[in-house]
Design a protein around this ligand. Structure first.
Ligand code: HEM
Length: 340
């Protein structure tokens, strides 16, 4: 047997980096750099029909409530940005824990979006109890929903485990807000390992769904000392939004379409809207104005296939943020509560 010289066994700088890379970075997979070990065939033996089971539930739910696709996509995004894609957003608050779901920004996440994930997981549990994580169910169901409303389809890598932490107090600073500057959005996405291009492509998720009046009202009334309406906004569009969103006696439950052109189809119309001042949120419109993001908006407005390609790439990246694998986390039996 060959014996390695002593110098190779001592912790040299090279060894130190090797140690860091293999024994520290891989199991943690926290934060932005995600070295994860997910696979396409993860359930091939343990639950071979998992994708079909989820697909059936999701298709049925979409027939009952077409708004489900947008709701689920936003919930999935909010899950991945807080504690990683680990279904922590599905946990219900308990007497001694105010969960992520009950943080201010998540209160507008719609019930139909939660319902589709819970239903899909229950259907999977009936056939393969204790095998598939809620986090994987979310990733697969979201992919199906996007595809069913006209968007692209991609293969989902699996093997995520469910998180053991869900705290409202850990949400702040991890999710974007409609009043933030593009530079703030860019740093937030960067902190999650996502590039400017990923951010623009993912914002294309606003090609479906709704926003509550309060999210864009500062744009349509008393915008600033010079302009009553945000000058980057199509003025007729802004005026049309004043009807459902009056300054006085506002109904806080009223929503407007994120994509005024083709609101229920997952297509690239959102980007064309931005070129015409038809972006609903300030942050949407700024993507079409800022010199760092505008070129991407223009490319994706011109070619839907390019948007789809970038969107898929970014979704796959996002769905790997901070995932738990191996013996981390757990396989929850009920997505709304931790085991035991
Ligand atoms: C870039 C920064 C982003 C900001 C500032 C932002 C902000 C918002 C806001 C304020 C709403 C309206 C919520 C409401 O009033 O109920 C919304 C809705 C939505 N967002 Fe985003 N978002 C961003 C990125 C994303 C991303 C990356 C995705 C997914 C890939 C996404 C998907 C959605 C969807 C689908 C809706 C509609 C939800 C529904 O109809 O229930 N958003 N977003």
């Amino acid at each position: 047997m060959a014996v390695a010289p002593l110098s190779l066994l001592l912790p040299s700088r090279g060894f130190f980096f090797y140690f860091l890379l293999h024994f520290v970075m891989v199991p943690c997979s926290l934060g932005s750099t995600n070295v994860v070990d997910l696979s396409y065939d993860f359930y091939n033996k343990s639950c071979p029909h998992v994708e079909q089971i989820i697909h059936n539930v999701v298709s049925q739910k979409l027939l009952e409530a077409p708004v489900t696709a947008a709701g689920a996509l936003r919930i999935f995004f909010h899950d991945c940005f807080v504690e990683g894609c680990d279904a922590s957003v599905l946990i219900a608050s308990s007497r001694n824990n105010k969960a992520e779901r009950d943080s201010e920004i998540n209160l507008s996440l719609p019930g139909d979006g939660f319902d589709v994930f819970f239903r899909a997981k229950r259907a999977v549990e009936l056939q393969c109890p204790g095998v598939a994580s809620c986090a994987d169910v979310m990733a697969i169901a979201t992919r199906d929903l996007v595809n069913l409303v006209g968007g692209p389809r991609w293969e989902v890598q699996k093997g995520r485990r469910d998180g053991l932490v869900s705290k409202a107090s850990r949400v702040a600073g991890n999710l974007p807000q409609a009043n933030q500057k593009i530079s703030q959005l860019i740093s937030l996405f960067k902190s999650k390992g996502l590039s400017v291009l990923d951010m623009v492509a993912l914002s294309g998720g606003h090609t479906i769904g709704f926003s509550h009046c309060r999210e864009f009202m500062p744009r349509i009334y008393s915008y600033n000392e010079t302009f009553d309406i945000d000058p980057t906004m199509n003025q007729d569009y802004a005026l049309s939004l004043r009807g459902p969103c009056p300054r006085k006696n506002l109904d806080p439950t009223v929503v407007a379409l994120n994509d005024v052109t083709t609101p229920f189809i997952f297509d690239n119309a959102y980007f064309g809207n931005l070129q015409k001042g038809l972006g609903l949120l300030t942050t949407d419109q700024m993507l079409g104005v800022d010199s760092l993001t505008r070129p991407y908006v223009n490319i994706m407005a011109r070619d839907q296939q390019i948007f789809f390609n970038y969107f898929v790439k970014a979704m796959i990246k996002m769905s790997k943020i901070g995932v738990k694998i191996g013996s981390n986390g757990e396989i929850r039996s009920d997505c709304g509560s931790f085991n035991g």
